[in-house]
Design a protein. Structure first.
Length: 111
């Protein structure tokens, strides 16, 4: 192996180590998260870490097999984050009750 290949291997192993440390910190945040939004954000970061881990594995093996899997995981992570954000945004509206209006629109009701 040449010197650049040794440097590449070292950097890839360092990246894997950083991904593992980030995963441990992420598990702590999921366990300890003070709010549901923190936990949802942590699960989104978990998807990104899985993608990064697969990318490092693919780079170490010099095999592009994991690229489509990474693409699908990125899509699922994005749609999951948007869905959770919409759910939390609707649930966390302060002091508003809603009822259906004449045209199917929701109107604000004063208390």
């Amino acid at each position: 192996m040449s010197a650049p290949e040794h440097v590449d291997r070292f950097l890839l192993y360092a990246a894997v180590a950083l991904i593992a440390v980030a995963g441990l910190l992420l598990l702590y945040r999921i366990w300890r998260g003070p709010s549901m939004l923190d936990r949802a954000l942590s699960l989104d970061v978990c998807a990104a870490l899985i993608i990064a881990g697969l990318g490092a594995r693919s780079a170490l093996a010099r095999d592009p097999f994991y690229f489509p899997i990474m693409l699908v995981l990125a899509f699922l992570g994005f749609t999951g984050s948007v869905g959770i954000a919409r759910f939390i945004a609707v649930r966390d509206r302060p002091g508003r009750r809603r009822r259906g209006g004449p045209a199917g629109r929701s109107e604000e009701v004063s208390r």
